[in-house]
Design a protein around this ligand. Structure first.
Ligand SMILES: NC(=O)c1ccc[n+]([C@@H]2O[C@H](COP(=O)([O-])OP(=O)(O)OC[C@H]3O[C@@H](n4cnc5c(N)ncnc54)[C@H](O)[C@@H]3O)[C@@H](O)[C@H]2O)c1
Length: 451
């Protein structure tokens, strides 16, 4: 096939914003991408194996908090966006972007079955001259080792018949300032033409592109961004435990250090890591690096420290109860917020789940309030969010603040507090100086970690 001709035809379609695009996987990454591409004028078909996701999109319902349903409804009603579970409908697409999950199993081994499933379903139908891009986060070599061979198995030569790119997603759910379109996007291609086309595609709706020299450079760059976070979060979590032992307020220390105009970047302690990315992605590299006989000690250590944080929170709860002559057994504990980060409904890998598990194992009676999470499954049992009221709070022995959602009326908690373990420094920030410390235990516990 004439690669140059195929490339120039696709380029014209991309520049004229008349390309037919498939976004495979309509989750936190795929749905925002599908809507941004449709807004830019492309005709987008979203593919998801979940019938519910497909039905929701086709009914104009967004399941992703950052994408309003009216946007989906408008794009669906104007024919720019629709969803399907049927890969045979992708026969005539010009661009196909794969944004499916890349989890790890309980032994921290990468599970690339979703990526394999997507490319193996796409490869037989994708037409010559199209562009296939992987956006799922993975270790360096994934596109070469999984996408390229799957195309070859269908008689399609990557880089000649089908162009191939890799572009990691940097979406930060809940972030209003940095969105898909204004966050610089790393792009890479298998060949020169693949990179140029990948740039033409993203350039139609992303403001700044950062081309790099190879697929594996782009793949490892994404993983390193998350290693940077996991290591720094572990550092500050360990530092919190050190500060606690000296009865020093860790938040005050961080605020003081943050006044240094150079050479310091603040990270904040918390109840443990959560989400689909930061606790997971680094272990993709740790696993792959074993193939090269290279150690990844920072990643392993950071994993260990962050992993122990829910236990640290529970130990704190037990210590505070003890100070009042009470036990965890039968203690009434309310968690405020169970999402892994503020202003989202995402509970994947949330520290709250582990905290609830540990508290329940000690016999505590645990309930929660989260305005964005109506129910949560913990060890096979479903808990439902309780309305936040003075009555609810005053009937508790302990309140554990896990997620600092802006929408929560924190003033409700202050007057009715029993013991409050504030893992996010909500009260340190909002009530600085005015919040009465718990008299029984205040001396032993510092503002920010516990109030
Ligand atoms: N969530 C984030 O903030 C974020 C940020 C950057 C990168 N990422 C990465 O992006 C990728 C996708 O993550 P996500 O958070 O959007 O996942 P998600 O679970 O929200 O969505 C993935 C969707 O893919 C669908 N799916 C799975 N296999 C499929 C297949 N073979 N064909 C079609 N659909 C399929 C699932 O049903 C699901 O709806 C992951 O690699 C993740 O690490 C996520």
């Amino acid at each position: 096939m004439d690669t140059k001709k195929l490339s120039s035809t696709l380029r014209q379609r991309l520049e004229g914003r008349s390309a037919k695009v498939a976004v495979i996987g309509l989750g936190y990454v795929g749905l925002p991408l599908a809507t941004a591409a449709a807004e830019a004028g492309h005709s987008v078909i979203g593919v998801d194996l979940s019938q519910r996701r497909v039905k929701d999109v086709n009914s104009g319902i967004s399941t992703i908090q950052d994408i309003p349903s009216e946007v989906v409804r408008r794009l669906v009603s104007t024919g720019r966006l629709r969803a399907t579970s049927d890969y045979s409908e992708l026969k005539d697409v010009d661009v196909a972007v794969i944004a499916v999950p890349t989890p790890i199993d309980e032994y921290r081994v990468p599970d690339l079955s979703f990526v394999r499933g997507a490319i193996e379903a796409l490869a037989p139908v994708v037409k010559p001259g199209s562009l296939v891009i992987l956006e799922s986060t993975s270790y360096p070599g994934t596109t070469d080792e999984i996408v390229v061979p799957a195309l070859r198995a269908q008689g399609k030569v990557a880089g000649e018949d089908v162009f191939v790119g890799y572009s990691p997603e940097r979406i930060d759910p809940g972030n209003k300032k940095w969105t898909l379109t204004n966050t610089p996007k790393i792009v890479s291609g298998l060949t020169k033409e693949s990179l140029e086309l990948t740039m033409a595609w993203y350039g139609s709706f992303v403001e700044h592109l950062v081309p790099v020299s190879s697929l594996k450079t782009a793949e490892i760059a994404k993983v390193f961004e998350n290693i940077f976070r996991i290591v720094n979060i572990a550092l500050v979590n360990e530092f919190q435990m050190i500060c606690d032992s000296f009865e020093i307020d860790v938040w005050e220390v961080i605020a003081a250090c943050s006044t240094k105009p150079y050479g310091f970047m603040p990270f904040y302690p918390g109840p443990g890591l959560g989400g689909h990315c930061v606790p997971v992605d680094p272990f993709y590299l740790a696993w792959k690096a074993r193939e090269k006989h290279v150690n990844t000690e920072f990643i392993e250590l950071a994993g260990r420290i962050n992993h122990q944080m829910p236990g640290y929170v529970v130990a704190k709860v037990a210590r505070l109860l003890n100070g009042r002559g009470k036990a965890l057994l039968a203690a009434r504990v309310a968690l405020i917020g169970v999402a892994y980060k503020k202003d989202t409904s995402d509970v994947r890998e949330s520290a709250a789940i582990r905290i609830i598990e540990l508290l329940q194992r000690e016999g505590a009676d645990v309930t929660y309030h989260d305005p964005y999470v109506p129910s949560i499954a913990v060890e096979g049992t479903e808990l439902t969010s309780q309305p936040l009221s003075a009555g609810y709070l005053s009937a508790k022995d302990v309140i554990v603040i896990v997620t600092d959602h802006v929408a929560i009326d924190w003033s409700l908690i202050a007057p009715h507090r029993p013991i409050v373990v504030d893992t996010r420094n909500v009260f340190g920030r909002s009530f600085a100086g005015n919040f009465p410390r718990d008299q029984d235990v205040g001396a032993a516990v510092k503002l920010g970690s516990d109030v």
